[in-house]
Design a protein. Structure first.
Length: 581
């Protein structure tokens, strides 16, 4: 006897599945239900998505805005991946209570651990708002004018939603801006850690994410949603009670047999199914290799220190896992695209696309135009990725400097009142930031990654203050001494010095921040980045986005026999098929 199984996986990118597609759940009845039933599905599309009764969509939860989780009990128990809960497990860990190494299990509700900032978001309902968002938009208008109309319409559509105090509405574009859907959501703000296995189980084999298959990990963790006495979202309070869900998923231990119908439900992060071959080639040959090299160097430096010191291992565990996540994704993505000859397949598709176009088609020049723009944008895209990886994602203090830039901007734009308002929020974030910072590691990473920046990007994008000859350095000399001096001279290398700086009067603090060597270095570099890299990149990208929107629409017009599904964009999706092999 065949069994019906629902697989609910944590998505962070594209899924590989027998029945291709990432379908919107509210459209299953129209587009997919008959096929799903022919594959063995016993329930109806209304059992998957309904606004009139509890359905599967009411048990599938966006965890923290970055993962999928599932409600598996009438008391709001949430199942998610170990790597999705890893940051929370790490934040509660210490050398004395090493929950990363030993695991954690609450024996009762009172032992469950709160997690400030962690959320659980439910989808209440989904609506097509394309006609409202694109009202007044036509092909004759230029991109800038069209976007102004779209932005105005989006604002109006959002305002017209009658929401409860605990609801929000999110409107996302689909098919590169050819379609828009509104998602009305309810977000719970009290989500507590219930249990997690030791990392020897949760990270068995060291593959902590979705990019590696086959899986051997016990990749799970358990949380619980709490609500107020009326079962509504509330900030953390000891008076809150476990949430009673509209629907929850029973757990089956029966296993599966070949041919069983299988459903996957979740929030996949981002895919780009309808890009031209030039974009895919750029990803494989230019962008991914550079980002992989940066993260590989960053991971190696962290690993060296983490192996020597348990305290540092705990401190950097979540950072290491986060950086490793997309490092492995990009390696696998590039390998897969090359092995499957993805660029060549795209080129064959484009040949067929061009062949099908009529001589007077408005799309006849679209691919040559995109090819030229991808050639134009490549050096800017590469430099943009390399800069962002170093400054914003892999070195902690460099990214933290932008919090102080916003503080100075608040002072400049809104005076002392604006300064004090931002300062109170900034001070609240400082203890957590420094708790997980080791200055020696941060310094070593910046030095090593500056070398990668200088050798990778176009020479025109290397600031004078990074030119070795201007610094009296040999052509292959590391940036160790320069970076060491920046960190030694900076107040931001030490939490106490930072807090002391912020205790000054607004005018004195602003002056101290501006004169800080690390701040001046990063903001000076950022000014050059904006002028020479970001602005030209954005100018070309706007043109590419317009062409991509037209190209996606053209594909749907030209290949009418094909079923098209929208790219992933962190919204709720369904895919399905049968168990094979």
């Amino acid at each position: 006897m065949k069994r019906f199984l629902i697989l609910l996986l944590v998505f962070s990118s594209a899924i590989a599945f027998a029945g291709e597609g990432m379908w919107l759940p509210q459209l299953l009845k129209l587009l997919n239900e008959s096929e799903m039933k022919s594959m063995g599905m016993k329930m109806s599309a209304d059992d998957i998505y309904s606004i009139n009764k509890g359905s599967l969509k009411d048990a599938v939860v966006h965890f923290g805005g970055f993962c999928t989780s599932e409600v598996i009990s009438p008391q709001g128990l949430l199942l998610t991946n170990h790597h999705c809960g890893y940051g929370e497990i790490q934040s509660h860990s210490s050398v004395e209570h090493n929950y990363i190494k030993n695991g954690f299990w609450a024996k009762n509700l009172s032992e469950e651990l709160s997690n400030p900032g962690l959320t659980a978001t439910f989808i209440d309902y989904i609506e097509d708002v394309t006609s409202l968002v694109l009202a007044g938009v036509d092909a004759e208008k230029n991109l800038e004018d069209r976007q102004k109309i779209v932005d105005k319409n989006l604002s109006m559509v959002k305002k017209n939603y009658k929401l409860e105090s605990y609801q929000d509405v999110i409107i996302r574009p689909f098919f590169d801006g050819n379609q828009y859907f509104a998602f009305v959501t309810t977000t719970f703000r009290d989500v507590r850690l219930v249990g997690a296995p030791p990392e020897s189980i949760g990270k068995f084999g060291s593959d902590t994410d979705n990019w590696v298959w086959p899986r051997h990990t016990g990749d799970f963790s358990l949380f619980r949603i709490y609500a107020d006495k009326n079962n509504k979202p509330a900030d953390y309070s000891p008076d809150n009670v476990p949430y009673t869900p509209k629907h929850y998923l029973p757990i089956s231990l029966d296993g599966v047999e070949e041919g069983d119908f299988t459903l996957v439900f979740g929030f996949p992060g981002r895919t780009n199914e309808y890009l031209p071959s030039y974009a895919v080639d750029q990803i494989v040959t230019s962008l991914n290799p550079a980002k992989i090299e940066i993260r590989e160097k960053s991971l190696k430096i962290m690993d060296t220190y983490m192996r020597k010191d348990e305290k540092i291992k705990i401190k950097y565990a979540a950072k290491y896992a986060s950086i490793a996540n997309y490092w492995k994704k990009w390696i696998g993505e590039s390998t897969g695209l090359q092995k499957t000859n993805a660029v060549q397949k795209k080129q064959l598709f484009e040949e067929e696309f061009t062949k099908r176009l009529k001589k007077d088609s408005p799309y006849k020049d679209i691919l040559p135009s995109m090819e030229k723009l991808y050639n134009d944008i490549n050096k800017y895209a590469l430099a943009r990725d390399v800069y962002s990886e170093i400054v914003m994602r892999n070195v902690d203090l460099t990214g933290f400097m932008f919090s102080f830039k916003r503080l100075l901007d608040a002072y400049q734009n809104n005076g002392e009142s604006g300064y004090q308002d931002f300062l109170s929020r900034l001070k609240g974030s400082i203890p957590d930031f420094y708790k997980d910072l080791d200055v020696k590691i941060d310094q070593e990473k910046l030095s090593a990654l500056l070398d990668i920046y200088v050798k990778t990007v176009d020479p025109d994008f290397v600031p004078d203050f990074l030119q070795r000859e201007n610094l009296g350095m040999a052509s292959d000399e590391p940036y160790d001494e320069m970076v060491k001096n920046l960190y030694i001279g900076s107040s931001f290398s030490d939490e106490n010095a930072t807090m002391k700086l912020l205790s000054l009067s607004p005018s004195e603090a602003v002056s101290a921040v501006k004169s800080d060597p690390l701040y001046a270095f990063i903001i000076g570099w950022n000014d050059i980045f904006v002028q020479k890299i970001s602005n030209p990149y954005n100018d070309i990208k706007r043109k590419l986005d317009e062409l991509q929107s037209n190209y996606t629409n053209a594909q749907m017009e030209v290949f009418k026999e094909k079923r098209f599904y929208p790219d992933a964009n962190s919204t709720m999706r369904v895919t399905y098929g049968q168990v094979e092999g």
